[in-house]
Design a protein around this ligand. Sequence first.
Ligand SMILES: NC(=O)c1ccc[n+]([C@@H]2O[C@H](COP(=O)([O-])OP(=O)(O)OC[C@H]3O[C@@H](n4cnc5c(N)ncnc54)[C@H](O)[C@@H]3O)[C@@H](O)[C@H]2O)c1
Length: 322
Amino acid sequence: MKQSKRRVLVTGGAGFIGSHIADAYIAAGDEVWIVDNLSSGRRENLPGDAHFVELDIRDAEIRNLFREVRFDLVNHHAAQIDVRVSVLDPARDASINLLGLLNLAEAAIEVGTERFVYVSSGGVVYGEPEEIPTPEIAPKLPLSPYGVTKLTGEYYLNYYRVVRGLSYVALRYSNVFGPRQDPHGEAGVVAIFCNRMLSDEPLTIFGDGEQTRDYVFVRDVVAANMLSSNVSMGDEAGLDARAFNVGTGVGTSVNKLADVVESIAEKAPGRILQPERPGELRHSTLNASVLRGRGWAPAFTLEQGLRETYEHIAKQRSDNAE
Ligand SMILES: NC(=O)c1ccc[n+]([C@@H]2O[C@H](COP(=O)([O-])OP(=O)(O)OC[C@H]3O[C@@H](n4cnc5c(N)ncnc54)[C@H](O)[C@@H]3O)[C@@H](O)[C@H]2O)c1
């Protein structure tokens, strides 16, 4: 693949992770377009040097954009990301996460896009895994419509690769955290904890707080995307041969996370214990040794990532207060 001035499309580039990815392609010298409908993304996340197209990924206009720009690389981060929304409205989840994907994949094939990077989710495609840290080859038994659409996206891309010649890589993220994560949803416990701490409010812990997650810092996720944009892939059959888990392999309990946030904030406004939430996974940690074998490794400790996130949220709050 060409190394300089590739034409790169980042979908969801006004969102948390996608905006960091767009920054990284620009820093690498690529020309970047962002497609986002701003349903959860924000204009202030958009890198100044990117071309912004406010558009839904399901829109027929996508085909014209591809014909006009002829993207070398597509990095697809736009999605309906909320598990609870997917449970309440599975058709909406499938519409965005599957019909949107098909629109992009058909367009990419038409113009001969060289690589399609797709974001799946290691936190949901394995369901309640037996093996922890979970490797790519573990059984895939998603327990939410969101998990089903993320996995089905991989099946579609496998079809597009085998039958229509589209080269793709699927990244199965664990729990990503970092600056620009939306603190207002339920998804970003790190952002929620940082915000509550900055408001001197107690942290809410569901259940005994010993449930574990694999928290991976967004800059490490960016590095995984840059690698996947260029890495050569073999012809081995099957979904798992095209998928990389992206996680640290370390499970961190909610109690431990609260401890680290308190030590960074140098205060402890207390904790409120709430009953366990039904349907929540007990443990989820990914084995990323396949990606490590390709030269990737997390460069940030949990503490380093949390400190940067905390400082970013603190600055944002003081800027907003002015
Ligand atoms: N945050 C995590 O821990 C995590 C874990 C696993 C996978 N992922 C995946 O990473 C990707 C990015 O997630 P995020 O956490 O940055 O969320 P986010 O909500 O910040 O980003 C999603 C972006 O997609 C845009 N979008 C949504 N629907 C769209 C549509 N129909 N057309 C165009 N744009 C649309 C939103 O406006 C937003 O900017 C998603 O695919 C998500 O499933 C995230």
